[in-house]
Design a protein around this ligand. Structure first.
Ligand SMILES: Cc1cc2nc3c(=O)[nH]c(=O)nc-3n(C[C@H](O)[C@H](O)[C@H](O)COP(=O)(O)O)c2cc1C
Length: 165
């Protein structure tokens, strides 16, 4: 199936998660377009959409919000998988984060199969004062590649099933 994997990432961590998801789906035989959400204007033309945003102050990257709203506007019928990435640290990084209000209503109108929170990464010397202050306590990489691959495998299996039906 033709699958769009679109991501919104400021410092690259979420982009790499999206890339891992895209690679897994490709390995499982699906035709994947991996793209920054800013270039995902034609999302509704795909059989399925995976969208992943970095979380900043509880919000998604604006371009990811736009992709979701465009899908809603197009009354997109295909399956949608959502992830967001952010939580840092050794404690509670797996705690599911709520969807931001900017996408909540739009998501309700779509066939969303799963919303998943993945722990994130903060580089040692990020740009921006707030990020640098955070990095004093939370610089590190908590991304769980096994969990990411397993999630992508679940998507691939669901796509295989709908293809067979
Ligand atoms: C200023 C700032 C605010 C953040 N706010 C949140 C947040 O509200 N929730 C969260 O889970 N993570 C938050 N994070 C952590 C980032 O989401 C995490 O570093 C993520 O992996 C960054 O993704 P990116 O590299 O794709 O930009 C914040 C990080 C910074 C620097």
């Amino acid at each position: 199936m033709d699958v769009l994997v679109a991501y919104g990432s400021k410092m690259g961590g979420t982009a790499e998660i999206a890339e891992a998801v895209g690679t897994r789906l490709t390995e499982r035989g699906h035709a994947v377009i991996l793209t920054d959400a800013s270039s995902a204007s034609d999302a509704s033309s795909f059989d399925a959409v995976v969208i992943g945003s970095a979380l900043y102050s509880g919000r998604w990257r604006t371009d990811c919000v736009k992709v979701i709203k465009r899908l809603e506007h197009a009354a997109y019928q295909g399956p949608v998988w959502i992830f967001h990435s952010g939580p840092l640290g050794d404690e509670d990084a797996d705690e599911p984060q709520p969807l931001p209000g900017t996408v909540g209503a739009a998501v309700d109108s779509l066939d969303v199969r799963d919303v998943r929170t993945f722990p994130g990464r903060l580089v040692d010397k990020p740009s921006g004062i707030v990020a640098r202050l955070m990095a004093r306590s939370f610089a590190g990489d908590w991304r769980d590649w096994g969990a990411i691959d397993a999630w992508a495998d679940g998507i691939a299996s669901a796509l295989d099933e709908s293809q067979a039906a």
